[in-house]
Design a protein around this ligand. Sequence first.
Ligand SMILES: *[C@@H]1O[C@H](CO)[C@@H](O)[C@H](O)[C@H]1NC(C)=O
Length: 266
Amino acid sequence: MASFHHRWSLTFFFIVATLALIAQAHAAGYSTPSVTFKATPWQLAHATFYGDETASETMGGACGYGNLFNSGYGTDTAALSSVLYSNGYSCGQCYQIKCTQSKDCYPTIVTVTATNLCPPNWSQDSDHGGWCNPPRTHFDMAKPAFMKIAQWKAGIVPVSYRRVPCIRKGGIKFSFQGNGYWLLVYVMNVGGGGDVASMWVKGTKTNWLSMSHNWGASYQAFATLSGQALSFKLTSYTSHETIIAINVAPSNWQVGMTYQANVNFH
Ligand SMILES: *[C@@H]1O[C@H](CO)[C@@H](O)[C@H](O)[C@H]1NC(C)=O
């Protein structure tokens, strides 16, 4: 009976200690991600490429990351067919792609970030040029990325792909647009699942304000937030985990600037 009691109080101690640690993490301004995004099983799709070797066409894109060299995504990027793109909620996700079942394949596996939408072309059949038409899962890769997995002359190749965790350096980045009454934020450098389902902003003088999805990887708040340091709360689209980034932008924040948190998903 004594040992039973002893074990029980030990268990109780651990529960209390764990709760205290969680409370402490929250007080410090972030919730330690407890979920680690795991790679999905391999599936089949097809891949093509767009642009040329300079990848100048990877500037811009439907996710809104702008210049992909400046935003850190570079040329290991791809446009997703609308089935995969999920109306922009897949922006920032990471995929491993390898060429399969073609004499034009190289054995390399490339990891790309989803930065763009490959729109349907309804004037082409889905088996004859309309590669990105629903219900096809298709990757239209930046040419340098495609050239790692296959001879570019192949044009289109069958591929195996899977989602993998995004490995990012440092915290989530928030790129600001808008004006004094409207804050539009592009979320970049997201680790783990790489994606964002919902987002809130908090000024030093406001409560948490829900932001609405604008397009691609951007979220907006219609509120007067100038002159206030800003914090963000984000929920991952894939893992549903929530993360809080306190005082990411200083009170003298400006549109056109990018601010980096010290927290990220994993
Ligand atoms: C769609 O396909 C047609 C027919 O091949 C082509 O002329 C047109 O340029 C394509 N549209 C886009 C936006 O790529």
